[in-house]
Design a binder for this molecule. Structure first.
Ligand code: ATP
Ligand code: MG
Length: 302
């Protein structure tokens, strides 16, 4: 039985689109990434799963339980990180975590302490004093501290610095190694690539593809900008596999690279490379670059 299943799940906000006829299945023990640009419908689907809003049509099942039939039974077994949330300004991090732990009838204190240490959170500060990233850590620990069977995380890495993101990925791996399941939303292709087994892409409220992450690799590319000591001939770069859209301007070269960037860096080093910046595209950029704006064709799921 899938851990999460949606059947023609539809939500309209008045006449406005939320999501349309979404069919999804998430299996036990996998990390499933739900990927889509801003406004695609990720948060809408997640809020339907946890019964914060009700569907216009279709249904959502979590652990086989229709989410609007018995949300309490579902919430007992999940950890949920909302996309946006506000907590109690005057409570410290520790008090906040304990308060949520007490709602669960207590949690394993050693595990709670381990999470606080691993996420490098100072639990003595009041919530209102925390920076954006530290607030996100509090939310994540609330979702994780009772070791739920299923994590439902809406853009979990928002605001986390790269080191903490690494910790988060490690915790996800441990979670699935214990047979538990993760459903997370993101708008970053690279992040999903690193953390997920399978991915569903949603655009304009509809699922356009569901596949193993490996199948998405060729969607992924980097925008590179290379700065040199003097003007550089772009021709040797054109001959490198995966390089396209080269733009040469005085002492800089910009290009799009799909696949490994190593050969480009090697070539650049021969020409007096001063500086290199690599920009990982958002899903929207990668996806739209691949299928074109308003592309009617739904990509082949392979
Ligand atoms: N309460 C609401 N009332 C009206 N429209 C809404 C409401 N909530 C969401 N929508 C609309 O539903 C669509 C999907 O929004 P949703 O928040 O699910 O997107 P998202 O994929 O989570 O985007 P983001 O990446 O920006 O978080 C958007 O067009 C949004 O304007
Ligand atoms: Mg959202």
């Amino acid at each position: 039985m899938p851990v999460i299943e949606t059947e023609r799940l539809t939500k309209r906000y008045g006449l406005r689109r939320g999501i349309e006829e979404v069919d999804l299945q998430v299996e036990a023990g996998e990390v499933f990434g739900f990927l889509g640009p801003n406004g695609a419908g990720k948060t809408t689907l997640i809020r339907l799963l946890v019964d914060l809003i009700r569907p216009t049509a279709g249904r959502a099942l979590v652990f086989g339980i229709p989410s609007s039939a018995d949300p309490v039974a579902i919430h007992r077994r999940i950890g949920y990180l909302p996309g946006e949330y506000a907590l109690y300004d005057r409570l410290t991090g520790a008090e906040t975590l304990d308060w949520f732990a007490s709602l669960r009838g207590g949690v394993d204190r050693a595990w709670q302490r381990a999470l606080i240490e691993r996420f490098d959170l100072d639990p003595a500060r009041r919530y209102r004093e925390y920076s954006r990233g530290n607030r996100q850590k509090v939310g994540l620990i609330i979702a994780l501290q009772h070791r739920p069977e299923l994590l439902i995380l809406d853009e979990p890495t928002t605001g986390l610095d790269p080191l903490v993101q690494q910790t988060f990925l490690q915790v996800l791996r441990e979670t699935t190694a214990e047979g538990r399941t993760v459903f997370l939303s993101s708008h970053l292709l690279g992040e999903v690539e690193r953390s997920c087994d399978r991915v569903g892409i949603i655009r304009d409220g509809r699922i356009v593809t569901v596949d193993r992450v490996a199948a998405l690799r060729d969607l992924s590319h980097h925008a590179l900008e290379l700065r040199f000591a003097g003007p550089v001939d772009p021709d040797p770069f054109r001959r490198i596999d995966g390089v396209s859209e080269i733009v040469a301007a005085e002492t800089t070269l910009r290009m799009r690279v799909s696949g490994p960037i190593g050969p480009v860096v090697t070539e650049a080093a021969r020409h007096g490379l001063l500086d290199l910046t690599s920009h990982e595209p958002s899903l929207e950029e990668a996806f739209l670059a691949h299928y074109g704006p308003g592309a009617a064709g739904v990509p082949d799921a392979r």
